[in-house]
Design a protein around this ligand. Structure first.
Ligand SMILES: Nc1ncnc2c1ncn2[C@@H]1O[C@H](COP(=O)(O)OP(=O)(O)OP(=O)(O)O)[C@@H](O)[C@H]1O
Ligand SMILES: O=P(O)(O)OC[C@H]1O[C@](O)(CO)[C@@H](O)[C@@H]1O
Ligand SMILES: [Mg+2]
Length: 327
């Protein structure tokens, strides 16, 4: 029988994602609903190591459900990767009487929390908050829907100018190791080709595809390139295409961090609200070292080892559809 949990702490870590605030709100309010004390740790593992921790109440999270970013701030912490850093973090957590942690972040955050759990045995639970949608065990991660909608909006605008000038645009989107944003914004934005980290496309293959479009009177084309692809960045690919196929008038747009900002969509707000409540309920139900997920509309708790050993999957059917439709 796990010992009773009375003091829960929540933090956000890794790249911020729209909807993290809605998740914080849900964790805080669910904790209070179940009559637990709730703390916020600032700047993820950095704040855990620096003892940057405050007690929260229901009003601390008022008026944030609609806001992008994270009120708790986020960080990537090199120190937490070391055993000494994690020990310091544990000392601070213990001195505050905190007896359970809710992490909102991505795969790296969960890897760190798993190490922390194995070392100190404190109950921990993970809420998937990352625009990358690269976590098995859930159909969607918090922030992915908003980020993809932001990309589609940008792609639509670029299409207007591409069409006016008969140009070939390379649009680079985020997703260090994940093609999820690229694939679905590519379908929604009507891209001529999509280049993702998980599948190689040579310059020759790309140009053969674009030439085919040209033969059938396509006057402009948009290519979505996920950062971290095997053929290089959008800049590298555009430079290579221009060098070898000068008849293309190429331009590059790197969407960058604008994809991480902005108000979360209704979808991300609801997803975050559900996951935040499920995380607290899971903890109070004795679950630990697991990630909450929603798969086929069902709440699931997957243990961390299973999540990480599966690696992330790409939506091969979406990729197939994009190829059929981009002729
Ligand atoms: N192997 C590890 N051991 C200990 N801590 C880790 C480990 N991997 C990651 N972390 C911690 O988790 C933090 C966040 O990880 P990372 O930067 O990979 O982002 P993430 O959680 O995957 O989110 P996103 O991919 O959306 O940016 C790291 O800065 C580090 O402090
Ligand atoms: O904001 P940073 O630290 O440069 O990280 C950028 C990375 O974070 C993410 O936005 C989320 O993991 C990736 O898609 C991107 O590669
Ligand atoms: Mg990650």
């Amino acid at each position: 029988m796990p010992s009773e949990i009375n003091n829960i702490a929540v933090f956000t870590s890794g790249g911020d994602a729209p909807g993290m605030n809605a998740a914080i709100r849900a964790v805080v309010r669910a904790s209070i609903f179940y009559k637990k004390n709730i703390f916020g740790i600032y700047r993820g593992y950095e704040g855990m190591i620096d003892n940057d921790i405050v007690e929260l109440d229901a009003r601390s999270v008022g008026n944030i459900i609609q806001r992008g970013g994270t009120i708790l701030k986020s960080a990537r912490s090199e120190e937490f990767r070391t055993a000494e850093g994690r020990k310091q973090a544990y000392e601070n957590i213990k001195s505050r009487g905190i007896d359970a942690l809710v992490a909102i972040g991505g795969d790296g955050t969960f890897t760190g929390l798993h190490a922390f759990y194995k070392e100190f045995g404190l109950p921990v639970i993970c809420v998937p908050g990352t625009i990358d949608n690269d976590l098995p065990g859930t159909d969607y991660t918090i922030g992915y829907d908003t980020a993809t909608n932001t990309v589609v909006d940008a792609v639509d605008k670029i299409r207007d100018t591409a069409l006016s000038h008969n140009r070939l645009f390379f649009i680079e989107v985020m997703g260090r190791d994940s093609g999820a944003i690229a694939i679905n914004s590519g379908i929604a934005g009507g891209a001529a080709a999509i280049i993702i980290p998980e599948e190689e496309m040579t310059i020759d293959e790309l140009v053969a595809k674009l030439d085919k479009g040209g033969e059938s009177k396509k006057s402009s084309s948009l290519v979505i390139v996920a950062e971290g692809g095997k053929s290089g960045s959008a800049m590298d690919i555009a430079a290579e295409v221009t060098k070898r196929f000068p008849y293309y008038d190429t331009k590059v747009t790197i969407l960058g961090h604008l994809q991480r900002g902005g108000a979360p969509t209704y979808f991300d707000r609801v997803l975050a609200s559900k996951m935040g409540v499920y995380a607290v309920e899971g903890l109070l139900d004795g679950k630990t070292d697991v990630m909450v997920g929603i798969k086929d509309n069902l709440t699931v708790f997957n243990d961390f080892e299973t999540i990480m050993s599966n690696g992330h999957e790409i939506d091969t059917d979406a990729l197939r559809i994009s190829k059929i439709l981009s002729i």
